[in-house]
Ligand binder design. Structure first.
Ligand code: C2E
Ligand code: MG
Ligand code: MG
Length: 738
């Protein structure tokens, strides 16, 4: 039986003192001492047995000699004893000596056997102990390997938990670390995916029950010394709630080993076994060493990440510094030519920064910089970098940009003035200037691009009318075009420059037209035909998409009414609805008003709203209510560009959707690679399961069409049948096969 470890260890025994963070090698010695200990005890018992045997033999000799002398002929001759009695005495003497010898022999053998049995028992016990210590030793070796190898806190704890359950044969293990030992640890990692026990334990902590705090692992964390309970069942007659719960999971032995990190963060290693008296004293000593080593490993990771942070981040704003900014930029520059992408470098300066610093002081100017950094970070994508380059210069790197003009558009968005509450009394309007350089046009290395962006910034910094300076001329003229586009778009509706085009949608089995998608077109006297991607993006950014979208719906309704009069019943007409429209608080009210004005009953027509999958994925929570209302009105919902958002499909269960429109990028790859074929098959199987219809968009070849027929797609749309056309041309297709 293993020795029962003490239920509580005294506080002064706690090994996790500050600065006590060296890897402990003593584990080996402890294990090697064990056989040494057995050997010495065997020698001692040998000595004991020899002296005992000597004593018995001496007693035997004394008794035998006494009898031999007392019953010798010369002594007996002193008495007047008959010859017959004398011969009896001689025989009896021999028998007495024989019996005495036999008794002695029996006594010695029995004694020896008992000692051998005792020794065997002892050896068995020791062997068991050695095996347990060997396992604990393995635990320490494996864990120390992990400590040396792994540089991420959570991953390290995960690996140690894994080692604990594999090599330590604990039924459950968790390690928690947190700022305060009094509260639930901030990070908890466990050996098991099934964390039912831990959840219940944490619920208990939330409930702030005093009983819960007695759970051995939690009290070890709180008291900062190891707590071991080797008999949960017998711990208290009237069981605490933690006991009842531990027993429900069949845990009979629980131990908590606290540790401390250099930063002061507290932690605990919690171990659970279903066997009673699982933790013996030697093992406990090793587990305490392991806990200390974990504290050391975590401290080391913290130190290294602090050093990395200090070398790469700005102290005031906590933004990456120029070094890290350049490193990241170089990474993207090396990939950009292969991905056919641009890298945008924007350097931004805060107007009147020096004046603000002088009037408000250092603390406020630091706040101004920090808040501006936060503001700019909120306007760019996750993969982009916002860094502090110099005193009053914040650098932004736009990674992975598809079109050079996008950089210009984003730069213009970034320099829009914003309000900042600098002090309780002072809310100030912050004005910014930016200089822009673009890889590959304006430089091939990070330092060259940054210098050129700074150069562009200096050119415009003193000009209150121009906020963005571009290093290249080409970009400047692009910006002028954009500016013109922006202004003209605002007047496009009143000047009747917008037209709705229609692209036929056909039934895939017989190529009969069943409907069309309405797509906006804009022809401006100065700009010519502007691509929808360009003006729709601009309209979304400026908010013009709201009147534009309303015009599209109105035109589509009027067209459906007209077509119904031309006996085109059940003709499906779809229009694109942008995220901004869906999210607009007045969207439903305006829609109802429009239907009323036009005397349009959506239940009598097949009007469909196309909403991009990305919108649904990103804005699901806020859009869901509106979608249900649209369905209630009698409108159908199509998920446009389906298959491009890498989203889980689970969100679809919650939505009132009628049709999935498979994105043209997927359709284009049909027949080119096997994965796309499997993807389309998957989408169709999923759609069938959900009882949704499918449209494939961007169908350009007969081969694509054939594959779509094979996989059972319902409808198709694309240049194979017709490009988007004006209303008259569309009408000429009615009743035809394409
Ligand atoms: P979308 O809704 O995915 O529309 C499909 C786009 O694919 C259209 O581009 C269409 O002309 C094009 N297309 C059709 N068949 C083929 C084909 O076989 N091959 C190829 N390569 N392309 C094909 P378009 O008209 O340039 O519109 C682009 C995007 O602009 C639309 O994508 C839609 O998201 C948006 N859009 C267009 N009109 C409106 C509108 O009135 N409102 C809103 N919110 N967005 C619109
Ligand atoms: Mg569409
Ligand atoms: Mg689409």
């Amino acid at each position: 039986m293993p020795h029962k470890a003490k239920s509580r260890t005294r506080p002064e025994e706690n090994p996790t003192k500050e600065g006590d963070f060296k890897l402990n090698e003593d584990a080996l010695n402890i294990i090697e001492q064990a056989p040494e200990f057995e050997r010495s005890s065997i020698v001692a018992s040998k000595v004991r047995y020899s002296s005992f045997a000597l004593r018995i033999v001496l007693i035997y000799l004394t008794i035998a000699c006494t009898i031999a002398i007392a019953l010798s002929d010369s002594v007996l001759s002193l008495f007047q004893i008959s010859q017959e009695v004398l011969s009896w005495i001689a025989i009896a003497k021999i028998w007495v000596l024989i019996i005495l010898s036999a008794g002695l022999l029996y006594y010695l053998i029995r004694n020896r056997t008992n000692i051998l049995l005792e020794q065997q028992e002892y050896l068995k016990e020791t062997l068991k102990k050695i095996q347990r210590l060997e396992k604990a030793h393995q635990l320490i070796i494996q864990s120390n390997h992990a400590i040396v190898r792994i540089r991420d806190k959570e991953q390290l704890l995960k690996e140690i938990c894994q080692i604990l359950s594999e090599h330590g044969q604990f039924n459950y293990a968790w390690i928690g670390i947190g700022e305060s030992a009094e509260h639930q640890p901030d990070m908890i990692v466990t050996s098991d995916k099934n964390n039912h026990y831990l959840h219940l334990l944490l619920e208990g902590i939330h409930a702030a029950s005093v009983n819960e705090r007695g759970e051995p692992a939690l009290s070890a964390l709180r008291k900062k010394y190891p707590v071991i309970v080797n008999d949960v069942d017998g711990f208290s007659k009237k069981p605490f709630s933690w006991q009842t719960r531990a027993l429900a999971f069949h845990f009979q032995s629980i131990a908590g080993f606290p540790f401390k990190m250099v930063s002061g963060t507290q932690g605990v290693m919690a171990l659970y076994a279903k066997e009673k008296n699982f933790f013996n004293e030697e093992e406990v000593a090793l587990l305490r060493i392991l806990a200390t080593d974990i504290g050391y490993g975590l401290s080391d990771i913290e130190n290294k990440s602090q050093i990395h942070h200090a070398a790469n981040y700005d102290v005031v704003t906590n933004l990456p510094n120029r070094q890290l900014y350049e490193d990241r930029m170089n990474q993207f520059i090396s990939r950009a030519p292969y991905d056919k992408r641009y890298v945008g470098v924007i350097v931004i300066a805060i107007d009147n920064f020096s004046k603000t610093s002088e009037s408000f002081g250092q603390a406020i100017s630091d706040k101004l910089l920090t808040e501006t950094g936060i503001h700019l970070s909120s306007l760019v994508r996750d993969g982009d970098t916002v860094a502090r380059l110099a005193h009053n210069q914040i650098g932004i790197m736009l990674a992975d940009v598809a079109a050079a003009l996008d950089v210009a558009r984003i730069a213009q968005k970034l320099v829009r003035p914003f309000s900042l509450q600098l002090t309780k009394e002072h809310e100030v309007k912050i004005h910014l200037h930016a200089g822009v350089a673009i890889y590959p046009y304006d430089g091939e290395t990070a330092p060259a691009l940054i210098e050129n962006a700074i150069h562009a910034l200096q050119e415009v910094e003193s000009d209150s009318h121009i906020e963005c300076g571009f290093y290249s001329q080409k970009m400047s003229s692009g910006i002028k075009y954009n500016q013109q586009l922006k202004e003209s778009l605002m007047h496009s509706l009143e000047r009747n420059e917008l037209i709705l085009y229609y692209q036929p949608i056909v039934d895939i089995r017989n190529r009969q037209i069943i409907g069309a998608e309405g797509l906006s077109r804009w022809r401006n006297a100065n700009l010519g035909d502007v691509s929808p991607i360009q003006f729709i993006t601009e309209a979304e950014e400026s908010g013009f998409i709201i009147p534009l979208g309303e015009w599209v719906i109105k035109t589509a309704c009027q067209q459906l009414i007209a077509w119904q009069q031309a006996e085109q019943d059940n003709f499906i007409l779809t229009v694109n609805i942008s995220a901004k429209q869906i999210m607009h608080p007045q969207f439903l009210a305006r829609l109802n008003q429009l239907f009323e004005e036009l005397n349009f009953d959506p239940k009598r027509y097949q009007l469909c709203f196309e909403i991009a999958e990305s919108v649904l994925v990103n804005e699901l929570k806020s859009a869901i209510q509106t979608l249900f209302e649209l369905r209630r009105l009698g409108l159908k919902i199509i998920i446009d560009d389906f298959g491009t958002s890498y989203s889980s499909l689970s969100y679809l269960n919650q939505l009132p959707v009628n049709i999935l429109k498979i994105d043209s990028t997927i359709v284009r790859n049909l027949g080119r690679d096997q994965n796309t074929h499997s993807l389309v098959r998957g989408i169709l199987a999923f759609a069938k399961g959900m009882k949704l219809k499918t449209i494939a968009e961007g169908v350009e070849t007969e081969q694509q069409m054939q594959m779509l027929v094979d996989v059972g797609c319902d409808y198709a749309q694309g240049y194979l049948f017709s490009a988007p056309v004006a209303v008259k041309n569309m009408e000429s297709f009615f009743g035809k096969k394409l």
